[in-house]
Design a protein around this ligand. Structure first.
Ligand code: PSV
Ligand code: MN
Length: 424
């Protein structure tokens, strides 16, 4: 389904006056609003190909209908989102779920939707049909060299697909670990994983990055071989300058101080990218900002502070991606909500008076420091985000327009009710 610019313009016409009055009021309270708007226009978030259909739990999955049936339709869905909000200009593919049959055609389709290919993701956490060796007891960590080789070869194949599509990074997330004490020798598992990662690293083109994603637990419940940021940082440091740690917000033990982790990884020049989502208990993969919006803001606060300190480009020097699952909501509405929440947290963090904060810190003025942060967090920045969207040709209210146009009903009509996105 393709959206015409005129439809967006008509939609915006209806609410532009109200928007303008809110925006004019907000900018009287905000310094550097033009610079903030241009940062917001540049800031883009990649959409994972596996989040375009309904997810599920081990108890079941409730499909919402009209899910993309192939890579082409996944690209079309992200294209539609990007058309609505102009902040989602990339798709991240998971191999083997998204193997392109015709690279040129896929590249052309992405270009027609104004999209690029973000990080490529390998999959050695499942056995595929016809696969020779099983990953039941791990992949890159496996005690059997032949299993490790198969997993290494798979990652190298993923890089090759990525090269064809113009991607510039590989994300390696491993389910490797153990379910019971005694099952693994931790050091051997680490060394095997490191040696395997080294072989994959050697196959990276010079302008590529490798993201080592950590996760505390699940599917292994006793140990995970890349279980936290310390372990990921160890691998990334030993691998070399193209390897970085990737932070998925849902991959920590409860109450972890993610903003502090982010700050130190940035200080070490080893933060590579993000998977945004939110959670109440574990790796819940809920909509970004839906449970702990203040935490999301605090993370962005550290990101901006750390990136500015290293003179990094907010939009391009880290990989920004959503990694969520939608059990009860329309996937596209859910993703639009996540993007909006990320843009809001980013904007609020851009408002922080860093000079005043530093002064408060130097004076140990704890109450003042808290006031400074909360003042930014409590500012309703939505008109700034909407203004950036308006100026870049998006809809003032993407979800309203999605509903007005009955997009889901149209997708169901086109694709059917019982479709399933490949990989889910
Ligand atoms: C694992 O939970 C994870 O967050 C990794 O990023 C995977 O690649 C992704 O989910 C999809 O399975
Ligand atoms: Mn992830």
């Amino acid at each position: 389904m393709k959206l015409d610019d005129r439809i967006i313009a008509q939609h915006n016409q209806k609410s532009v006056d109200i928007h303008k009055s809110k925006f004019e009021f907000l900018i009287t309270q905000v310094d550097y609003s033009e610079s903030i708007i241009s940062k917001l226009i540049d800031f883009q978030i990649a959409i994972p190909s596996w989040a375009l259909g309904n997810g599920g739990t081990r108890f079941g999955r409730f499909a919402g209908g009209g899910e993309p049936r192939n890579l082409e339709e996944k690209i079309e869905d992200v294209g539609l989102m990007h058309k609505l909000n102009r902040s989602a200009n990339a798709i991240s593919l998971h191999i083997p779920w998204d193997i392109p049959k015709d690279y040129q055609a896929i590249r052309d389709l992405a270009k027609a939707h104004d999209l690029r290919f973000d990080a490529m993701n390998s999959n050695t956490f499942q056995d595929q049909k016809g696969q020779e060796k099983s990953y039941k007891y791990g992949s890159l960590q496996h005690v059997d060299t032949a299993v490790r080789k198969q997993a290494i070869d798979h990652n190298i194949e993923v890089i090759k697909h990525g090269i064809e599509l113009g991607s510039k990074s590989l994300t390696v997330w491993l389910a490797d670990g153990s379910c019971f004490p005694g099952q693994l020798n931790f050091r051997t598992a680490f060394q095997n994983t490191l040696e395997s990662l080294k072989e994959i690293y050697a196959a990276l083109p010079s302008d590529w990055k490798m993201f080592v994603e950590y996760k505390a637990y699940e599917p292994n419940f006793y140990s995970t071989t890349v279980g936290d940021w310390g372990q990921s940082l160890l691998y990334a440091s030993k691998l070399g300058p193209k390897a970085y740690t990737l932070v998925d917000l849902g991959h920590h033990l409860p109450n972890a101080n993610i903003e502090q982790i982010v700050s130190l990884l940035l200080m070490e020049g080893k933060l590579g990218g993000f998977h945004f989502n939110d959670s109440k208990y574990g790796d819940d993969d809920l909509t970004a900002g839906s449970i702990k919006p203040y935490q999301l803001f605090l993370i962005f606060n550290e990101l901006i502070e750390g990136m500015d300190d290293r003179k990094m480009n907010h939009a391009t020097d880290l990989g920004w991606m959503i990694d969520a699952s939608h059990n009860v909501k329309d996937p596209l509405e859910d993703l639009l909500q996540s993007v909006e929440a990320i843009m809001i947290a980013y904007t609020q963090a851009l408002l922080v008076d860093r000079k005043a904060l530093r002064e408060a810190q130097l004076k140990n003025d704890v109450a003042r420091a808290q006031e400074i942060l909360q003042d930014s967090f409590r500012t309703d920045v939505r008109p700034l985000v909407a203004e950036a969207r308006l100026r870049s040709g998006g809809a003032l209210n993407p979800i309203s327009l999605f509903r007005e146009l009955n997009v889901r009903a149209e997708l169901i009509r086109e694709r059917g009710m019982k479709t399933a996105a490949t990989g889910l």
